[in-house]
Design a binder for this molecule. Structure first.
Ligand code: FE2
Length: 165
């Protein structure tokens, strides 16, 4: 009878791939920090006739994404790597571009939608790496983050839609 517990040989963690997963988590951490900071910038500075809804949408987006940062950092520590916690490191690691200007409302949504799609691509790739390394908790969390950004992308697409086709 085959045991459900793998033999030591097959169960050994591939240290190189685990380090790669930790490095990916660092990129995710930096990107999430940048994403949430940008959402807060938009929350503060958005203007237009639908200001109350827009202001609250970006406020929620900021809180929701910022709420994921700590868990990502703790997974990096679980993998025995150190979590970056400085703006300089975030700037080096992020895949989300910083926004130093104040775009018009519509452009804020367009940019945020593009950023959501980048975050989805990142966590989808990381789900596969985590699964291959049997890091089930991390894989689960990547799936949750995919849902979070996909849901936000749907909302933004709906906000941007001018009229029914
Ligand atoms: Fe606020």
């Amino acid at each position: 009878m085959t045991s459900i517990i793998d033999s030591k040989a097959t169960h050994q963690l591939n240290k190189k791939r685990i380090n790669m997963l930790a490095d990916n988590l660092k990129v995710l951490l930096a990107s999430t920090e940048t994403f949430s900071l940008k959402s807060r910038n938009f929350h503060w500075n958005i203007e237009g006739s639908d200001f109350p809804q827009y202001h609250s949408f970006f406020g929620d987006l900021y809180s929701e994404t910022y709420g994921t940062v700590d868990r990502i950092a703790e997974y990096i520590r679980v993998l025995d790597s150190y979590a970056p916690g400085s703006l300089t490191r975030y700037n080096e690691l992020t895949i989300i571009e910083d926004q130093t200007k104040i775009p018009r409302a519509e452009l804020m949504f367009v940019e945020s939608l593009q950023d959501c799609m980048k975050m989805i691509a990142l966590v989808v790739g990381m789900f596969d790496v985590a699964t291959a390394e049997r890091q089930q908790g991390i894989a689960n969390y990547m799936a949750e983050l995919q849902d979070l950004y996909a849901k936000r992308a749907w909302m933004i697409r709906s906000i941007l839609k001018k009229e029914r086709e």
